[in-house]
Design a protein around this ligand. Structure first.
Ligand code: ADP
Length: 586
């Protein structure tokens, strides 16, 4: 969070009323979304409504000690984030106050009121390596220098997007703080490593493109059946215990994004504590460095003020857009958007607005869509390409997907991964229900998979889908009359579908090998099951009884491909064995 200087602040309002996080002030000269300091303690707040001489403010801190009659000061600036080196490896609250700095200031993990801290360290020096020379002309968004921020990420220092640009008249090289001028333009503009951006406005880009590349996750059911594009949107509803946390961790670790922004709006205090403790321990499997070297964590627990939860997703997506502008692929995970919507609901009810469905404000759908709209694959103003993919977890009460947050999210996102409590109970992981989930990116991503993996990628997948659909229909009959009453070909289909579920869709996040599955391996497992299918039906047609077919020694080995490191050889051999063992039967 950027701080206003003393000179900016004008003391011009008086508190009229206080209702939880919502405070009204009289005679405050303010614009919508201005940041204000409320009361003697100077609690940070944001203007959310202006009617006549009454201004309504949402306060990002606990307001119990604030009373009518106390002053309100307006900074005149919108709620903004500080952008620059130092955001990776950081843990912030919803208004970008670094938790460790606040903790140090107050000596406790419980945030005190009226304490502010800049979002990035203003004193630390960074090694600035210029990319421009005197005499060069630069425009908005252009990269003027590189800072090796972490072992994993080079931070690109850019001309701010709202700059007029100009000719470089001075450029520095070496160690500087984020507040030092590193490049000076002939217009007099001084460029520093730190820039600010108002969180509620999208950072500009030249063009939003149709995404054509997948965000490869290394999770078979996602890449194989329900892929998300780089720059795409996905929702993952997670009833308790269904594997939401494991899935989010897997994505943070394995998805082929350069940067991860993890926005946690916690249900209970200890849930976010888990994330705050877990993440710094995670290793980035591709580099061996700490995962935090390419991660920015925004953490809000329910014991933090509700308004900070409302703003946390905006803080997160603005940081994501900033890295996108550098040409990076960013994955933003919001966990959970239900908590965010509840914060909106609480503030709305304090404002005595007309409630919509289940008490949520009527603008719930609009807010959700504004947020997800900021995802995309972009041509940036500096000509580079970058993406922000947004994966929002939803926690529907009681796992009931008909509630407003899930329903409104479903209308917006293009990928839906439905976690299923029944599958989790049966220990089928990841417990993503393949009948309910979908991806609207599937067709537009097929060319990528066909060019980069195998040219019959979509054909094989369709066979898998059809077989699983058929199983779903047959299961109804099996429930009524039992499996043995089915004709032999249908019994065989059930057996093939079982392998699809066990060998292909199931994946053990805790197995060192199986935890990540490259698309080629996803293809090979599916193809091996298809080989079994084709050979088995040939055998059946030649008169071999179904039990003999399903009993061959090789078949159960399908379930072990996932855990093979040298899977190519293993699959070659297995396919040959399936073929010979089945052909021996007739
Ligand atoms: P939630 O966050 O939805 O409450 P978790 O992500 O903590 O649920 O998952 C609950 C448990 O399910 C985990 O502790 C783990 O044992 C198991 N689990 C979930 N996903 C997987 C997976 N992909 N592979 C193996 N086990 C899993």
């Amino acid at each position: 969070m950027s701080q206003a200087t003393e000179a900016d602040v004008s003391e011009d309002g008086v508190i009229e009323s206080v209702s939880g996080p919502v405070v009204t002030a009289k005679d405050l000269d303010a614009k919508m979304n201005d940041v204000v300091y409320v009361g003697h303690e100077g609690l940070m707040g944001e203007v959310i409504e202006i009617e006549g001489d009454i201004t309504t403010i949402q306060v990002y801190e606990e307001t119990s000690a604030v009373s009518p009659g106390e002053p309100v000061e307006n900074t005149g600036a919108p709620l903004s984030v500080d952008l620059g080196p130092g955001m990776l490896d950081a843990i912030y609250d919803g208004v970008q106050r670094p938790l460790d700095v606040l903790e140090e200031k107050m000596g406790s993990a419980f945030l005190d009121r009226g304490v502010d801290a800049p979002g990035i360290d203003l004193e630390k020096t960074w090694e600035f390596n210029p990319e421009v020379s005197e005499g060069d002309t630069v425009a908005a968004g252009d990269v003027v220098g590189i800072v090796p921020e972490t072992p994993s990420i080079d931070h690109k220092v850019m001309v701010p997007p709202d700059s007029e640009g100009g000719e470089v008249v001075d450029v520095k090289s070496g160690d500087y703080t984020v507040e030092d001028t590193v490049v000076e333009l002939d217009t007099g503009e001084e460029i520093r490593m730190r820039q600010e951006w108002p969180v509620r406005s999208q950072r500009p880009a030249d063009e939003k493109q149709t995404p054509t590349e997948p965000l490869v996750s290394g999770q078979r059911i996602l890449d194989g059946l329900f892929p998300i594009a780089k720059g795409g949107t996905a929702a993952i509803p997670g009833p308790f215990g269904s594997g939401k946390t494991v899935t989010q961790h897997q994505l943070a670790k394995w998805a082929d994004a350069d940067i991860v922004v993890y926005v946690g709006c916690g249900e209970r205090g200890n849930e976010m504590t888990e994330v705050i403790e877990d993440f710094p321990e995670l290793e980035d499997p591709t580099t061996g460095n700490a995962l935090m070297d390419r991660t920015c964590l925004i953490a809000n627990t329910s014991n933090m003020p509700v308004a900070a939860r409302e703003s946390c997703v905006y803080t997160g997506i603005t940081i994501a857009e900033y890295f996108r502008d550098m040409g990076y692929d960013v994955a933003l995970m919001a966990d959970s958007t239900s908590r965010w919507a509840e914060a909106m609901r609480e503030i709305s009810s304090r404002l005595e607005e007309m409630p919509g469905e289940e008490g949520y404000p009527a603008y719930l759908a609009a807010r959700l869509s504004e947020f997800y709209e900021r995802a995309g694959y972009f041509t940036n103003v500096n000509g580079t390409e970058g993406s922000v993919s947004v994966i929002g977890a939803v926690s529907p009460p009681g796992g009931d997907f008909s509630e407003p947050v899930t329903q409104n999210t479903l209308r917006i996102v293009k990928t839906f991964w439905a976690l299923d409590a029944d599958l989790a109970e049966r220990r089928h992981f990841p417990s993503i229900n393949w009948n309910e989930s979908y991806s609207l990116y599937r067709d537009q991503l097929d060319p990528w998979f066909e060019d980069n993996v195998r040219n019959d990628w979509s054909e094989k997948r369709q066979w898998g889908i059809d077989t699983l659909d058929e199983e779903d229909e047959l299961q109804e009959i099996v429930q009524l009359v039992g499996k043995d009453a089915l004709p032999e070909d249908q019994q065989l289909t059930l057996e093939v579908a079982r392998y699809l579920r066990e060998a292909w869709l199931q994946q053990d996040a805790f197995n060192d090998i199986d935890t990540y599955c490259e698309p080629e391996k996803t293809y090979r497992i599916l193809n091996a099951i298809k080989t079994f299918n084709d050979e088995a039906f040939d055998a059946l047609e030649a008169g071999v009884p179904v039990e003999e077919i399903t009993d061959i020694e090789a078949a159960p080995r399908l379930n072990r491909i996932g855990v093979q490191e040298e899977y190519e050889e293993y699959v070659d051999e297995l396919e040959a064995d399936i073929e010979s063992q089945l052909r021996e039967l007739y």
